[in-house]
Design a protein around this ligand. Structure first.
Ligand code: SAM
Length: 235
């Protein structure tokens, strides 16, 4: 945890933050914090700053908070991802938030197992929890919105063209196509397929909606590594 995040309502008007549970445990056991110690803090969807430990015991910790700076800018990236299996989804949500993806869309695809849409990982509180873990790592405060699209065709035909307007739209799909660009300066949508890849029909639909196909080289990467490689190229 490189940034201790808290919700606006958790802090009193006098800037006093009282913690129990995981965050208090982290202060005590990992950071071995003592009264007077300072650490980086951030208000969820707000500014970052400094927290001075005013009290700490076995069950709780109290910090005096001063917020002074904006969070780091997001990458100009909208991630469009075929819904991966739950274990991978947890890791990808963390990583996408950590890299600074501005927005995440989870999409159905022929090779997405139906059961994946029933996973408890998709519960808003669980999504939020994994995003927060990524933000804590990279010292960001702003939660990227996550949208679910359980039907491929209506999304790609009716919503994707609008989403792509004003953006470069890259479809990562193995093949003999140009490498994905680096150092994104303009808003960009990155589409990544499921473990078995997009089927030809889906590739055609994504291209018709305005995406252009790009490659990540001759190696076929796992979904989570393809996402990380693409977001790494965006920086
Ligand atoms: N057999 C599948 C195929 O050929 O499409 C492999 C799918 S790969 C495990 C999962 C997703 O990661 C792909 O749909 C694509 O979006 C992305 N990906 C992985 N390796 C890639 C590469 N070398 N170039 C472009 N995209 C890649």
């Amino acid at each position: 945890m490189n940034l201790l995040l808290f919700a606006a309502g958790e802090c009193t008007g006098e800037g006093l933050l009282r913690l129990t549970g995981r965050r208090a445990g982290h202060l005590r056991q990992v950071l071995r914090a003592r009264p007077g110690d300072e650490l980086q803090v951030g208000e969820i969807n707000g500014r970052i700053g400094r927290g001075t430990v005013s009290a700490i015991d076995k069950h709780s910790a109290e910090l005096q908070i001063t917020l002074h700076s904006p969070p780091p800018p997001k990458l100009p990236v909208t991630l469009l991802l075929a819904l991966p299996r739950p274990k991978m989804l947890r890791r990808i949500l963390r990583a996408a938030a950590e890299f600074g993806a501005a927005e995440i869309h989870l999409l159905n695809s022929y090779r997405v197992e139906k059961s994946y849409w029933q996973t408890p990982v998709l519960a808003p509180a669980t999504i939020r929890d994994h995003l927060l873990q990524g933000l804590e790592q990279s010292r960001d405060t702003v939660l990227p919105p996550v949208h679910l699209h359980p039907r491929f065709k209506p999304f790609v035909e009716d919503q994707l063209p609008c989403l792509i307007t004003g953006r470069d739209a890259l479809l990562a799909h193995p093949g003999d196509t140009p490498l994905a660009p680096t150092g994104f300066t303009q808003p960009t949508l990155l589409a990544v397929g499921p473990e078995g890849g997009f089927i030809p029909y889906e590739v055609d639909k994504l291209l018709a909606a305005g995406c252009r196909q790009v490659s990540l080289g001759p190696r076929i990467l796992r979904v989570e590594n393809a996402v990380a490689a693409l977001l790494g190229r965006a920086i």
